[in-house]
Design a binder for this molecule. Structure first.
Ligand code: GSH
Length: 239
């Protein structure tokens, strides 16, 4: 059984899609990041960065105590290794998938996150930051578009590299991206959107979503974090 600590965001959707694609038995534990539940001591023990998603595998390979994993890329690699799914057998093929998983984790995700922040959430409109992240978003979409001009999926088959990129591309409108300008990404995106497992994952995610928009409270929870936030949690853990 996989317990997924989850909130319906792009990073949260990655493991949920994987779980539906494989039919692996799972349980969703919501962590409402708008209310600061990511700072709960029980959660920080498994996810010291205070970010969803994280998993606990209560039936790890070879038995023994449960295995916990944080960071969505690491989670998908762990689950792919555990199930022998959505990762090629050859080292050559695996290296290619890892390249694109890392590209998403280090590039596409963080840059689109900043794009979203400055376009949607920032209380002041900072023209330089908006332009910087709009440019970077369109550059990254062009890289993906080029890649997909030669193949159906990001790597040779549908793999975890597609599953990590898809939920970020699903937010293209918020990122000021018109998919008509990236026809190969659009074709790839439309195809994955029709996969029954993906439809089911988004359906399950809706059961968690409170539909509450980012309020002023969540604004200060999500965007006011500093080193002191981390140190305060460490003090609370000691006391
Ligand atoms: N690199 C991390 C990023 C995780 C992340 O940023 N999660 C967001 C939701 S998508 C979160 O938990 N935010 C809570 C906060 O900012 O306090 C991953 O891919 O798992």
């Amino acid at each position: 059984m996989i317990e997924l600590f989850f909130w319906p965001t792009p990073n949260g959707m990655k493991p949920l899609i994987f779980l539906h694609e494989t039919g692996l038995e799972h349980k969703l534990t919501p962590v409402d990041i708008n209310q600061g539940e990511q700072f709960a001591q029980y959660f920080l023990k498994i996810a010291p960065n205070g970010r969803i998603p994280a998993i606990v595998d209560s039936v790890p390979e070879g038995g023994g105590s449960p295995v916990s994993v944080f960071e969505s890329g690491a989670i998908l690699i762990y689950l792919a290794e555990k199930t022998g799914s959505f990762l090629p057998d050859s080292l050559r093929g695996r290296a290619e998938v890892f390249e694109w998983v890392m590209w998403q984790m280090a590039g596409l995700g963080p840059m689109l996150g900043q794009n979203h922040h400055f376009n949607v959430y920032a209380p002041e409109k900072v023209a330089y930051a908006i332009r910087r992240y709009n440019d970077e978003a369109s550059r990254l979409y062009a890289v993906l578009d080029q890649r997909l001009s030669e193949r159906e999926f990001i790597c040779s088959n549908y793999t975890i590299s597609d599953m990590v990129c898809y939920p970020w591309v699903a937010r293209h409108e918020r990122q000021q991206i018109d998919l008509e300008n990236f026809p190969n990404v659009k074709r790839w995106f439309d195809g994955i959107s029709e996969r029954p497992a993906v439809i089911e994952a988004y359906r399950q995610a809706k059961t968690v979503d409170t539909g509450v928009p980012v309020t002023e409270i969540s604004h200060s929870v999500l965007f006011g974090q500093t080193a002191e936030t981390v140190r305060k949690m460490a003090r609370e853990k000691r006391d």
